[in-house]
Design a protein around this ligand. Structure first.
Ligand code: ATP
Length: 907
């Protein structure tokens, strides 16, 4: 509980019994009021109670993380090898193997730690926010800043940010499964409940961490951080970072399979060498160990994790925040994006430009939220005093409204829903005082806007006690409820055909339309129910609101089309508005669209056929979104789907890349998503896809780089045994090469920038195997080049009488130099690197090459290294030969690219 005993505060007596209190008592106990706390009170309480944050969940301990690095089949094989080599008396070899195992584990440990940190840092960008009333004003603060006594507003889709005592609410339903395990949402109320009530029955409290599934409410913070109910039972909400993805899992099993086969081959080779070639068993064992360690790509898993983490960071820079790591690779294969319209494709900067009433219509001038503008009809200024309908419509716009218009540093801004902001501005332009007028017509009750019913209504009483309801919403929601229309001071029966044609005309210009109506109720009416506004309303008029497309979204749509990705608009807006905007943005060329109503009439297979071709879905509800995703996935599409509301959660979960809006999205939507767009902007999805494709390219490049290295080494050992010559590289030397190449050279490839044509090719097919026929070819081709170069030079040296240690030193350096050249080849998969960008374009590659060459010099000339690895100094001529072999291999791979590329083009 939050209040301490030392204060002598009356709250001490009721410690855990907030639920037995009424609102007035709570306000007294917590020294707060409906105006909220003052800034001074807030800072004093923050000092006293600390931030509203749960203690961080215990992470895997450092020791456990380090130990996990050893839990790997390859390491078991190496450790066994170290034991047997030691038993055979080869202490240096055994020492080197142990050292390599340790270094490999340490490198993996630090790299993974870095990747985890990078992902955590990105996730922390998604801090929860809360709407709070302080100093009499509504404001948005980080949920962490809340203190006891704060007055907090919650609505559907929010996670409750602290424990609250509720004092005002409208149909507030909260899902408390997290605390009570009860999956049916609890209907909240404001009356005190019995002291002995269980947690689930304390219906006048809202608990931190639970999810508002419907309605809205206001409450006083009674406990924060660890003092909340969730803090007390210490259920930890934070997700644990996992660094595995389908791809890494696929690669893990590939690596296990590879290890198994390599071990078999190694054993077979040992037997062959011992029985057929007559080598000593000890030597053969060492050769088999060499073969095994040569062939296994130890560094690959760590490299892939790093590539994914770099992708997450790059995406965050482009305002796409990844919540789950696998999304990075899925993004690369997205073939359809289903996007909302309002705010994602459009700017969500709304301005009312047209008003249609029964007897006349008006155009309204002015830009953005600046509340200055004029009303004209056929280019003539309108005299508002003669326009009863317009006056009533503007009043409805201001009263049936939850937004606020504010001026900050000379700029007019709105807080709240932009559609409502536009209506406030309309009211202000008509001369209504936005501060005074609502005070004259205080609000008693409201039915909040929900996209399910698409309208909002408020009940007001004026000073004479007259009760009037104002209602606004989609024309389909309002018109059927209207029996009358306002004409001057009179009402006449509503002319439905007239209104529908007017609204269609406005919508065909891409404007969002909203109908406004009113209704008089008996004076005693103080609460508002759906029945009160079922019929008999008086229609005041229809407004047309412009919401221009985002320029960058238009470009992004084009980019998607070039990249073989289809864009589908799924919106709650009217079908004509939606189609007009979709055509303006190049999403579709045909005016074909489906409405939610039509979707309901279709079977799954009919819908499945339709979703392939139709790009606009209007008046769609979250259930329709879910059906659309399922149909697209049934046709093997990889779908990214955007959403913001609490009811979007199922479709976001279902989509391959659920994408929530960072600004207008609810907490529920964010939690169901793989990715959050910090700026709600469609273009950011396209950037993320581009980065996703880049990550995949870089992983492919790393695999294509590492596997031939292993292949080359293994074949060298095999060839030596088969030919009955001495091993050109010892097991310890092979381990050295593997370690150096994996952790330095291959790492550089994960930093490769995006290839220019990345958004010009079709999406990757997720059902394809990791290794495509082209990759297998490249791996075999380069492995053979590596054996040819290394073994060839070794044999040449030996035939010229060079001692075994020197010949081996030359062979190892050849292998590494070949890899350095091949690293440059690998920067581009099929394009030539024989240009400035190809050689110098990735500075990490240059650093890595410099570092590796330094290591090789130490390896060759440092006495300790000479002791461990049996290396000897080599001459400048030898280096010249090594470089020559490197150049030949480099050119051979470039030639191969040219041929392959040519055949690509020929196809
Ligand atoms: P999306 O974001 O999915 O593209 P949307 O934001 O246009 O769609 P909704 O917010 O569900 O969709 O709005 C649907 C319709 O409800 C709008 O066309 C409008 O007529 C009406 N509407 C929107 N906002 C309000 C509001 N605050 N009050 C009353 N009616 C509203």
């Amino acid at each position: 509980m939050i209040l301490d005993n030392s204060s002598g505060n009356p709250a001490d007596r009721i410690q855990t019994e907030w639920h037995t209190c009424g609102s007035a008592q709570i306000n007294t106990l917590l020294e707060t009021s409906s105006q909220g706390l003052t800034s001074a009170q807030v800072s004093e309480r923050r000092q006293k109670y600390g931030p509203n944050r749960l203690p961080a969940p215990p992470r895997r301990s450092t020791l456990m993380r380090l130990m996990a690095q050893f839990n790997n089949v390859l390491i078991y094989v190496l450790m066994l090898a170290a034991l047997v080599t030691a038993a055979l008396g080869h202490h240096v070899d055994s020492g080197v193997i142990v050292a390599v195992v340790l270094i490999n584990a340490l490198v993996g440990f630090f790299q993974e730690g870095k990747a985890e940190k990078a992902i955590d840092a990105v996730r922390n960008m998604l801090s929860q926010q809360a709407v709070v009333i302080r100093n009499g004003h509504r404001q948005l603060v980080a949920a962490e800043e809340l203190v006891p006594g704060d007055i907090v507003f919650i609505q559907s889709g929010d996670r409750v940010p602290a424990d609250l005592h509720l004092h005002k609410l409208k149909e507030l339903n909260i899902d408390e499964a997290l605390l009570t395990g009860e999956s049916i949402p609890v209907i909240k109320q404001t009356e005190p409940v019995a002291a002995e009530a269980d947690l689930g029955d304390r219906t006048n409290l809202a608990f931190s961490g639970t999810l508002v599934s419907f309605g809205q409410g206001t409450g006083t913070v009674i406990a924060t951080g660890a003092d909340t109910e969730i803090g007390r039972i210490s259920t930890l909400l934070a997700e644990v970072t996992t660094l595995t993805t389908p791809l890494t899992r696929q690669l893990d099993s590939f690596a296990r399979w590879l290890t198994g086969s390599i071990l078999l081959i190694a054993i077979a080779t040992m037997m062959f060498g011992y029985w057929i070639r007559g080598y000593a068993l000890g030597d053969m064992f060492l050769a088999a160990v060499g073969l095994a360690v040569a062939a296994i790509p130890e560094g690959l898993p760590a490299i892939i994790t790093i590539a994914l983490a770099i992708g997450v960071q790059r995406m965050a820079k482009r305002r796409a925040i990844i919540r789950r790591l696998p999304a990075v690779e899925t993004l690369g294969s997205v073939s359809i994006i289903c996007s909302d319209k309002t705010g994602t494709l459009t700017r969500n900067e709304m301005t009312v430009t047209t008003v249609v009433m029964a007897r006349c219509s008006a155009d309204i001038s002015g830009v953005g939220y600046n509340p200055h503008g004029t009303f004209t009809c056929h280019h003539q200024d309108l005299n508002l005093h003669n326009q009863t309908e317009l006056q009533q419509l503007c009043r409805a716009s201001v009263l049936c409204n939850e937004a606020q218009l504010i001026q900050k540093e000379g700029e007019w801004l709105i807080e709240g829903d932009p559609t409502e902001g536009a209506l406030l501005v309309l009211g202000a332009k008509s001369g209504i005082d936005l501060r005074e007028f609502p005070l004259q017509m205080p609000r008693d009750d409201l039915i909040p806007f929900e996209s399910e019913h698409r309208f909002m209504a408020t009940l007001h009483h004026d000073h004479e006690g007259n009760a009037v309801v104002y209602i606004k919403g989609a024309i389909e929601a309002i018109l059927p409820r209207c029996q009358w229309q306002l004409e001057g001071d009179n009402t006449r029966p509503v002319d439905e055909a007239f209104w529908i044609s007017q609204q269609e005309q406005i919508a065909s210009q891409g404007k969002r339309t909203l109908a406004l109506a009113m209704h008089h109720l008996p004076e005693a009416h103080r609460t508002l129910h759906f029945d009160d506004i079922d019929n008999n309303l008086i229609l005041l008029g229809v407004v047309g609101i412009i919401d221009p497309p985002r320029d960058e979204a238009i470009e992004a749509v084009k980019k998607c089309h070039d990249a073989g990705i289809k864009v589908k608009m799924i919106t709650g807006d009217h079908v004509i508005t939606a189609t007009a905007i979709a055509m303006q943005m190049g999403i579709t060329e045909s005016p074909r669209a489906l409405t939610g109503h039509q979707i309901e009439q279709m079977t799954d297979s009919q819908l499945g056929d339709a979703v392939e071709d139709i790009d606009v879905f209007a008046r769609a509800s979250p259930e329709h979104k879910l059906r659309i995703v399922k149909c697209l996935q049934a046709r093997q599409h990889v779908v990214a789907m955007t959403g913001d509301g609490v009811n979007d959660a199922p479709s976001l979960k279902r989509a391959d890349v659920g994408t929530a809006m960072g600004v207008k999205g609810t907490e529920a939507a964010k939690e169901a998503s793989e990715m959050v767009l910090a700026d709600d902007n469609f273009a950011s999805i396209t950037y993320a896809i581009e980065e996703g494709r880049t990550v995949f390219d870089n992983i492919t490049k790393s695999i294509l780089f590492i596997l031939p290295t292993n292949g080359g080494e293994a074949l060298t050992v095999l060839a030596a045994i088969a030919l009955g010559t001495m091993l050109p590289v010892t097991p310890a030397q092979i381990l050295w090469v593997n370690m150096i190449t994996a952790v330095t050279l291959a790492l550089a490839l994960t930093f490769e920038p995006t290839e220019p044509g990345v958004m010009k090719r079709p999406p990757r097919n997720t059902r394809n195997a990791i290794l495509s026929p082209f990759m297998i070819w490249r791996i075999v081709f380069v492995s053979l080049l590596m054996v040819g170069g290394t073994f060839g030079l070794f044999l040449w040296e030996r035939s010229n009488g060079t001692g075994i240690d020197t010949a081996r030193t030359i062979a190892v350096n050849t292998l590494v130099v070949l890899e350095v050249f091949y690293l440059l080849n690998s920067r581009f998969l099929t394009r030539s690197v024989l240009n400035r960008d190809g050689i110098l374009g990735n500075r990490y590659a240059l650093y890595a090459i410099a570092l590796v060459m330094l290591f090789q010099l130490l390896f060759t000339y440092l006495p300790v290294m000479q002791l461990f690895f049996h290396t000897t100094p080599i001459t400048a001529t030898a280096w010249g030969k090594i470089l020559l072999v490197g150049c030949i291999v480099f050119i051979a791979v470039e030639l191969e690219k040219k041929l392959i590329h040519r055949s690509d083009v020929d196809e």
